[in-house]
Design a protein around this ligand. Sequence first.
Ligand SMILES: Nc1ncnc2c1ncn2[C@@H]1O[C@H](COP(=O)(O)OP(=O)(O)O)[C@@H](O)[C@H]1O
Ligand code: SF4
Ligand SMILES: [Mg+2]
Length: 355
Amino acid sequence: MTTNFPQAESAAVSPLVAAPGHATAPGVRVKDLTVVYRTPLGELPAVGGVSLTIEPGTITGIVGESGSGKSTLALSLLNAVQPPGRIKGGSVEIDGLGDVVKLGGDELRQARGRHLGYVFQAAQNSLNPLKTVGKQLLDLGRSHGVDDLRALVRDAKDLLERMGLDGARVLDSHQHELSGGMRQRVGIMLALVLNAQLVILDEPTTALDMITQATILRIVREVHKERGLTTLMVTHDIGVAAEVTDRLAVMYGGRVVEHGPTMEVLGAPSHPYTRGLIRAIPRLSGDIAEAQALPGRPPTLGTLPTAGCVFRERCPLRMDICETVDPRPLTHDRRTVACHAVERSHSTAEQEEYA
Ligand SMILES: Nc1ncnc2c1ncn2[C@@H]1O[C@H](COP(=O)(O)OP(=O)(O)O)[C@@H](O)[C@H]1O
Ligand code: SF4
Ligand SMILES: [Mg+2]
């Protein structure tokens, strides 16, 4: 190896790189979370009163078209929403950390990395162009009090190699020497290397070709299992979500409209939006000829209805009540769905009408 990494003073194993399985996967409880962005029209909600429980040890996917609020929700779990955005209300309780909405300054910085590993969307552009990856890794380790920097470098190389890269070479490289796909993998390595127990990946495979994407998804699954993590994966690609997640939350217009076990949500979607999304994907709907694009476009902050159901403009089941009353998320058979039509079908036990 040609990198001049400082030799760690102590060979003791840092608690941050302790043997896998020693820490427990945290659960996350998001309650009534509202996140707004300041716009010329005033502060508008990108996440509107979302409640979502992420079970410890699961891989939970968040899916939905672009602009549905997935990244804003993911950033909120780190209390990392930046101006012109702000968390306006609600809480994000993470086991072992408490309500991260109330954390600030040093506590928050320590929590990120040590407890929460994350890859932001467009991670391939988030590296410091002036420093090698190895230097940034050491900065990360030092800022989180890692004693054994040698072990940290060893773990980083191991992760990079598992993702099909030459670890030593990548650590010696600057951002401009790496392709988009390589940077994406560096982002994933940085999210995992401090052994955080809650890992948030926002579109981690978007810039990658199919083969690299499959490799990354395999690594995410393997590391999740080996380390006993709780993992949240944000993706606009339902196929990706189908491959790796145990549970799926479907977002539309800043709401979670459906949430449940992935296979059940994809196999028998309840919400009209989930149904439309799945019908639009040939490899999930099963027949290319039958794949139908979802009509209309997702709302922007400025066009989001302020009352009633946010999906009604595009909904084939729209009813009068949908114009004025926001559907409540209701849980039925392990599935949480926010839709008046689904609610009625349960209360009248006429489910076959929507099957
Ligand atoms: N910095 C920002 N300023 C203003 N509006 C924003 C900002 N970031 C995101 N938004 C808006 O918030 C909504 C949700 O965005 P985002 O969370 O990025 O959705 P997704 O990740 O699902 O594509 C979109 O309408 C988007 O235009
Ligand atoms: S609440 Fe109404 S408009 Fe919204 S998804 Fe259900 S049926 Fe459609
Ligand atoms: Mg996004």
